[in-house]
Design a protein around this ligand. Structure first.
Ligand SMILES: [Mn+2]
Length: 518
């Protein structure tokens, strides 16, 4: 049995009530061996043919962090075999998502006879048809839901691999392919681990093994490309989710300011000065991304009609690479589904939707039938609408929003005593890592907190509550209500635990996300 203390066990009981499955979350599993799936064998054999015939291969990736890391794994792997391998990632704003006929034609003109997609391709019917006509073979490697027939030579997809690989992201699928060629480096593992985290994959099976091993290995010997994009020296999945991931994604989002293909060049380079200069430029772009997103969020919050059942905000000034972040902010602030739209250069509308648990974006959006493009899942979707249909779309959102009957899932919280939050107890939670989709730490709740005193910081922006047992509870960016209500009204604090370190002394803090009042 496991050696968890009572506090960590209490948290695990909340996360996994099925006792027979608890050990699985604690075990560190070895990688499952090279996949025996038919598509992986086909992939292996087709690459062998390419080697024999000295073919030129073009890797066509997606513009998010998963796509960039997956493209880097595939290109690095194929080049190490001596194959002449090019790559191309489309410009998010000018070209849009996925493999297009234009990319296929250009590859053909340049003498590429084989295209391998990474993290996209299952929705590229038109481009796949163009390739067929030109006699270019295509291997599609992707993890997005298959909704139509994928007409290509070979399809490598988690649904065609063994069960334990069902939650793999695009980069992990690329890694499975490269492994099957007998080239397997820890660098590739760490990149695939970082992509799994950034793409919010379920932390089970091979994905869990990748993240555990990738992070362990990184903390033993940091991987230079990732480390230049992170501040933390010792990392966990949160460092990647909040540092390296957004840095890579910022380049793809602001494609009018930077070329996402340079991000792949970065991962393929080993010239330290080149890497440093790229990392510095990325930092600048990411800072800009944060500022622009903050401005857009402020504007969206001022324009939104919070009483509407489904929030919809559009503005001429919105940058289309950032609308998803703003929709996320509205959704989080009002706990309602939110759509944020930007006007494209072409005059059409590009929109992003985010929804709280309990609502299904795609199910809702599919009730309207005039989209130019549409893709996504339950919690998030992206789509575009022609200018002449936009008015009808807005009416649809308003009317259907009123008709629809849905309830946000009640957020559950695990009640704890401040005395339980000792350094030893909180450190034990690390044994449950990695956390992520399908295995999230519960929200912790301190009921009737015995507040000894409190102190406002940065002119009232933040507040620190000290409890009688010595625990400090920090409320960052407190709201007007949180600032003005009497502490006697406070029924409970909801939030998370955090370990801070000051001059070598580590201590536990409680970070307040929500204050409930009597
Ligand atoms: Mn992906």
């Amino acid at each position: 049995m496991n050696k968890l203390g009572t506090f960590a066990q209490k948290v695990l009981d909340e996360m996994e009530p099925d006792v027979s499955r608890q050990q699985m979350w604690l075990d560190h599993h070895d990688f499952w061996p090279v996949s025996q799936a038919e598509c992986i064998t086909q992939f292996h054999d087709r690459i062998q043919t390419a080697l024999d015939k000295k073919e030129k291969i073009m890797v066509a990736g997606d513009y998010d962090a998963d796509g960039v890391l997956g493209t880097s794994i595939m290109v690095d792997g194929l080049r190490s075999l001596g194959l002449e391998t090019g790559f191309y990632i489309p410009d998010r704003i000018r070209e849009g998502y996925g493999l297009s006929s234009r990319i296929v034609r250009r590859a053909h003109e340049r003498g590429y006879s084989l295209i391998i997609t990474v993290d996209n391709g299952v929705k590229a019917a038109e481009a796949l048809a163009a390739a067929k006509e030109l006699g270019v073979d295509v291997i599609v490697t992707d993890h997005h839901t298959i909704e139509e027939e994928v007409s290509c030579q070979i399809l490598v997809h988690p649904s065609l691999l063994e069960e334990e690989r069902s939650s793999e992201c695009g980069a992990a699928v690329a890694w499975e392919c490269v492994r099957a060629l007998g080239i397997d480096s820890t660098k590739h593992q760490m990149w695939a681990a970082a992509a799994s985290i950034t793409d919010c994959m379920q932390v089970i099976g091979q994905t869990r093994a990748l993240i555990q091993k990738g992070i362990e290995e990184y903390n033993r010997q940091p991987e230079v490309h990732l480390s230049l994009l992170m501040k933390d020296r010792i990392i966990n999945e949160t460092s990647i989710a909040f540092q390296a991931g957004p840095m890579i994604n910022a380049i793809g989002r602001l494609s009018n300011m930077a070329n996402i293909n340079n991000a792949v060049r970065y991962f393929l380079s080993d010239q330290y000065p080149v890497l440093q200069s790229f990392a510095m430029q990325t930092e600048t772009i990411n800072t800009q991304r944060k500022q622009m997103a903050a401005q857009m969020e402020a504007k969206a919050l001022s324009k939104v009609r919070p009483a509407h059942p489904i929030l919809l905000v559009e503005d001429e000034s919105f940058h289309e690479g950032l609308i998803g972040l703003v929709a996320g902010k509205l959704c989080q602030t009002y706990l309602k589904p939110a759509i944020v739209a930007a006007k494209e250069i072409s005059g059409g509308y590009k929109a992003s939707m985010r929804a709280p648990d309990g609502f299904d974006c795609m199910e809702f959006l599919n009730l309207f039938d005039r989209y130019q493009t549409l893709g996504g899942h339950k919690k998030a979707a992206g789509f575009s609408v022609a200018p002449e249909d936009w008015g009808d779309f807005k009416k649809f959102v308003f009317r259907k929003g009123i008709e629809l009957d849905w309830q946000p899932e009640e957020p559950k919280a695990l009640e704890i005593e401040p005395e339980e939050l000792t350094l030893e107890n909180v450190e034990q939670l690390d044994l449950l890592r990695p956390f992520g989709e399908g295995f999230r730490l519960p929200v912790l709740e301190i009921r009737n907190p015995k507040i000894k005193n409190y102190f406002d910081l940065s002119g009232g922006k933040h507040r620190r509550y000290a409890l009688e047992n010595g625990l400090e509870c920090l409320c960052f960016n407190q709201s007007a209500e949180q600032m003005n209500r009497s502490i006697l009204d406070i029924e409970s604090f909801r939030g998370r635990v955090d370990i801070s370190s000051y001059r070598g002394v580590r201590k536990v803090n409680f970070l307040i996300d929500e204050i409930l009042y009597f």
